[in-house]
Design a protein. Structure first.
Length: 274
């Protein structure tokens, strides 16, 4: 649960961004550990948003030179920034893990119109399972090598290896984008009760203590991670058919512009394409 004071502050900053940059925010969510479900008491609030400019902003010779992000300094443990709609959809086209996780966040600060619903409907069609596996495998390996090979390890980093490993297993088992909530991902190891108990014990510590510090390695979790990393080196390429993704995303782009501003392009001009 996000405290009402934080929700109000996030929304106040969004209204400020809309006024300053002459945009409309169409989706704002919480990302990071609070959305994943294993935040510490002192974790930052990582608010992320998608916004849309007026249609004429996109009809510019210098479009590619225009700034397409809005960022705020971290203040009072609130880290908030956003992407322009066109940037977001181009990243969606590439199965960008940030955007894919934003639209799946269980914590939504606000949603305008039908963008969120339509993006989720497109997710199975747009998402590249191969890219997802590559991303999560790389994330798991990087965090393991950086934090979990010493005798004393930062316990919280176990979650930054476990979550991507479970996400890969989800993609392999279900052939769909992995949910971002850690509790949902755990179903892929439901047949390993001792591992589940070790994870529960670690979660209790993570959710209770502001800083977990360095501790001896957790043998059961360490063994699972090392075996699964070895397994991932041998798995076959996992592909799915995506169809005409560019056309679908360009259509969504136009629909959002019309919905938000009551305007839409009158031709198939290249500037309207994602």
């Amino acid at each position: 649960m996000i405290p009402s004071t934080v929700q109000n502050e996030v929304r106040a900053r969004l209204r400020g961004a809309e006024e300053e940059h002459q945009v409309k925010v169409i989706l704002a969510v919480e990302s990071g550990s609070r959305a994943w479900g294993f935040a510490s008491p002192n974790s930052d609030y990582d608010a992320r948003f998608i916004y849309v400019h007026r249609p004429e902003w996109y009809l510019s010779v210098g479009l590619e030179e225009q700034r397409d992000v809005i960022e705020f300094p971290i203040l009072d443990e609130i880290d908030i920034n956003g992407w322009d709609l066109r940037k977001a959809l181009r990243l969606f086209w590439k199965s960008n893990p940030g955007f894919v996780e934003w639209i799946q966040s269980p914590i939504v600060y606000e949603s305008m119109g039908t963008f969120h619903e339509r993006a989720l409907q497109l997710l199975p069609r747009v998402y590249s399972l191969e890219s997802g596996i590559y991303h999560y495998r790389s994330m798991a390996k990087t965090n393991y090598r950086a934090y979990l090979q010493a005798e004393m390890v930062p316990l919280k980093k176990y979650f930054y290896v476990l979550r991507p490993l479970l996400a890969v297993r989800w993609i392999e088992r279900f052939g769909t984008p992995a949910p971002i909530e850690f509790d949902k991902l755990r179903c892929v190891v439901e047949g390993e009760p001792e591992l589940q108990q070790a994870i529960d014990d670690l979660l209790d510590v993570k959710r209770t203590w502001p800083e977990m510090g360095l501790s001896p390695r957790v043998a059961l979790i360490q063994l699972f991670i090392e075996r699964d990393l070895q397994r991932l080196d041998t798995i076959a390429t996992f592909r799915n058919g995506r169809g005409d993704v560019e056309s679908a995303l360009s259509t969504l782009f136009r629909q959002v512009l019309k919905e938000v501003w009551g305007m839409s392009p009158t031709s198939d001009d290249i500037y309207w394409a994602c």
